[in-house]
Design a protein around this ligand. Sequence first.
Ligand code: NAD
Length: 339
Amino acid sequence: MIKVAINGYGTIGKRVADAVSAQKDMEIIGISKTKPSAEALIAVQRGYPIYIADMSKKDAFEKAGIPVAGSVEDMLKKADIVVDGTPGGVGESNKALYEKAGVKAIWQGGEDHEVAGFSFNAHANYKDAIGRQFVRVVSCNTTGLCRVIKAVDDAFGVVKVRAVMVRRGADPHVVKKGPIDAVVLDPPTIPSHHGPDVNTVLPHIDIVTMAMIVPTTQMHMHAITIELKKEVSRDDVLAVMRSHNRIGLVQPKTAIKSTAELKEYVMDMGRPRSDLWENGIFEASVNMVGKELFFFQAIHQEADVVIENVDAIRAMMGEVTDPETSIRMTNEAMQFTAL
Ligand code: NAD
């Protein structure tokens, strides 16, 4: 069993903890919290040992009925690998701690590529992650872009990608962030950071991205144009998307044409936390004009990177060297079949 610690048990960390627990070859040896909270109480229910970043808060945890197993340093001693789920920018400051403990570490997309020197997407570069000490799983938007660009590039060859990201303002539980009534250009300059971030995984892709933030919490929406190297039919493209185990097609018969309806659909399917782990490509939007491919895809920011973290763990530990084997193991353990 691969012993996994989660440092930073928030939106991403708590989901990765549950995804890891579902795997046959991995176990959670501990999670960390900075203060007693609803999430910490759920971690107790789940049976995850709780470690804390600041031992002076031990009494506060115990008063809230949350047993403390030790410090983050104690947790790292027991782990083969730590998944850092702390807020963007905080993760980098933990690097010295991980180096000192001699533990493998995974950071999230809120950190720069340089923190690990390697950026990961399971379908794109699993083999290059084998045996590494440090890896960064790219952000939710970059993960969604990499999955589909890699699949289309392998099948038909990509000349260039142009994409507009309509991003959610905040995650649903975040009460202090906006916008409440505005479309915010983020950034107002072009390109946005997403294109260069795709290049940390797929360096040969010509990509320019633009991004804005809107008042919604459900998901991001991407409007994507890809110029292909050859003229292919819409059906050829749909076949590639349909056969991909982390790309879902939102079928016209569902009559879904919004992130809200898609989220409801996934909730009704009984997915944990109503998580959409796959890219949600709207089948009706997939269209070819000459050599240009057009489509919309929904990306659930809280979910798509979770399964990538599981594969990153497996690659870094080096037991499973075939990407498709790991991806299948991860998906099956979570009873996940793409839409
Ligand atoms: P979050 O704020 O929901 O959770 C972060 C957790 O880390 C909180 O529980 C916080 O208390 C804890 N924490 C803070 N400082 C800590 C410390 N020093 N030691 C231990 N724990 C600490 O954040 P999140 O949304 O889960 O984001 C985590 C990372 O994942 C970021 O890099 C972010 O950019 C990335 N990411 C987030 C999303 C998203 O949409 N939420 C999507 C993809 C990637």
